[in-house]
Design a protein around this ligand. Structure first.
Ligand code: ASP
Length: 363
């Protein structure tokens, strides 16, 4: 176990071929299906020890990489992920940043898009890959997708260009042969091996016989020698209001005007449309008057909010609702947590929301 992984369960260090070592990777195992196995008594999937994952994926030994690992204590189903676990992961990457060329985070699929979005904002000026992966079937299952996902994630995290720079210095999700920008993804299937979709941004790479990178779309830092800034302050006072036919004034008011809420993400129809009923706009205005940040994102899996397109959207804009462009809900939530964590000033948050900070919106 590499020294100093505080807050993590004692874990093994497994090092392959250190003499010809080309890259070094830190694998952070948080939990999820990839590391679960069937409990015959309870007939449910339960996490098992990470060392068994390594036994299951001897293919990793074929790379001339140094791969160290550490494990969340306890490992969790990602339904239990909390911002404090994002903070813990970011602190670990911060502490170990110089020691590794890339980081691979094994994570349950259920909230992987939220975690990848969060880390993309929490690490500013990234110069190394942070690649999330997991699987739909446990790595020990005969038809598992876990091996392929893990092996591709490790290869991508280790890949460098001839100058020695990481090819993908971004927070990504590697799943089902696709590499996607983390803050552009959503989980779209609970069964398919292609469980994630990046509806508004091209894949950053595809893993076939070789890994084909879309270099033009990969973000690169302005200055490779500058250390990233690791942000761990998050303000989670955000609610999400999904608009639907039949929504009542009571429900809208409870969510929009709740005393504990600093910001509300409204998931609207199509290109940012919401009911034009007077009571609805009245409550929106009430929320804005109370100082709430209200951000409009679309319920659609692809496409953008454009509040100038229809009268319904325009009314929201006139009331002071902010445009979320083509941001996913997961990305919007993470962006708000991060921006509100760095400032108490809502005008600052509103200005930053309108900017493309980590490739999360098309502007
Ligand atoms: N419930 C699991 C989790 O998110 C599902 C998975 O890993 O695919 O941790």
């Amino acid at each position: 176990m590499p020294k100093g992984f505080s807050g993590y369960r004692s874990d093994m260090k497994f090092t392959f071929d250190t003499k010809t070592e080309k890259s070094s990777i830190l694998l952070i195992y948080t939990g999820g299906t990839i590391g679960m196995k069937a409990d015959p008594v309870e007939q449910t999937l339960k996490p098992f020890d990470f060392s068994q994952i390594l036994e299951e994926v001897p293919e990793l030994g074929k790379f001339a990489y140094r791969i160290d690992s550490c494990t969340f204590d306890p490992v969790i189903d990602s339904a239990d992920i909390e911002p404090k676990l994002w903070q813990k992961t970011v602190r670990l990457i911060d502490e170990r940043y110089e020691e590794y060329d890339g980081f691979v985070i094994l994570h349950g699929t259920d909230t992987m898009a939220y975690s990848a979005s969060a880390l993309s904002f929490m690490i500013e000026g990234l110069t190394k890959p942070v690649i999330f992966t997991g699987s739909q079937l446990p790595v020990g299952a005969a038809r598992t997708d876990g091996k392929e996902n893990l092996v591709s994630a490790v290869e991508i995290a280790a890949d460098k260009d001839p100058q020695g720079h990481a090819i993908v210095p971004e927070v990504c999700i590697c799943f089902g042969n696709s590499l996607m920008r983390g803050n552009r993804t959503s989980k779209v299937s609970s069964e398919n091996f292609r469980a994630f979709r990046s509806g508004n941004f091209p894949l950053l790479a595809e893993a076939g016989i070789s890994i084909r990178y879309d270099r033009a779309n990969i973000r690169r830092p302005d200055d490779w020698s500058r250390r990233p800034v690791f942000h761990t302050e998050l303000d989670t006072r955000v609610s999400i209001l999904k608009i639907h036919p039949g929504i009542t004034p009571q429900v809208v008011r409870n969510i929009l005007c709740g005393p504990e809420t600093r910001a509300v993400i409204i998931e609207t129809y199509g290109s940012g449309n919401a009911p034009t009923k007077e009571w609805f706009l009245d409550i929106i205005e009430e929320g804005i008057a109370m100082g709430k940040i209200i951000l409009n994102v679309t319920q659609c899996l692809a496409g953008s909010v454009d509040m100038g397109l229809y009268a319904t959207g325009k009314k929201l804009r006139d009331a002071g609702v902010l445009c979320g462009y083509d941001c996913t809900t997961e990305g919007a939530l993470a962006k708000l947590f991060y921006l509100m964590g760095i400032s108490e000033d809502n005008a600052f948050v509103a200005r930053e929301l309108d900017k493309n900070l980590r490739g999360e919106i098309t502007k």
